[in-house]
Design a protein around this ligand. Structure first.
Ligand SMILES: [Zn+2]
Length: 166
């Protein structure tokens, strides 16, 4: 059977929802860990019965950028609208990761304006995070919105759902 993946992350530009925050939220949302380290989870929620998706926790030891893996990602300066090359962006990303997700500002080459990496204009959106909850579902299944809403209520801030395009 073919599957698809949804990565659920904080929808805020500056957020530090940790793997531990997601573990707490998963418990509150009616899930229990299945296996050591609490990276694999089972939903025991009544409304999820028969919905047939698997839940995994992604925890990165260093901050990461997650986005739908389309080949058409565009990144633009929020000030002058100049499109950035992937190479330039990876340079900024590198600095941001090295700073440990502290949101350090960088001067952009195009117009010299100082901007945070999260403040650039992305299409599709890019999320900067240290943790995510991944749902693996049959290809034909819709996004499990009920589950995502419960998780969002437990986390206490808006979540975004990134569908991986395979
Ligand atoms: Zn610019």
């Amino acid at each position: 059977m073919r599957h698809k993946y949804f990565d659920i992350v904080s929808g805020r530009k500056q957020s530090r929802v940790s793997a531990e925050d997601f573990r707490r939220a998963l418990r509150q949302a009616g899930c229990e860990p299945n296996g050591p380290g609490a990276f694999v989870w089972n939903s025991i929620g009544e409304s999820d019965k028969g919905s047939n998706f698997n839940i995994y926790l992604l925890a990165f030891s260093e901050p990461c950028a997650l986005f739908s893996n389309t080949r058409s990602l565009t990144i633009k300066c929020p000030n002058c609208g100049t499109q950035m090359t992937p190479c330039e962006w990876h340079g900024l990303l590198n600095n941001w990761r090295a700073s440990g997700n502290t949101g350090s500002k960088v001067a952009l080459k195009c117009c010299g304006v100082s901007a945070d990496i999260a403040a650039l204009h992305y299409d599709p959106p890019v999320y900067f995070t240290e943790a995510a909850v991944t749902l693996c579902a049959p290809e034909s299944a819709p996004a499990p919105l009920d589950f995502i809403t419960r998780l969002q209520n437990a986390v206490g801030e808006p979540l975004a759902c990134i569908e991986r395009i395979c």
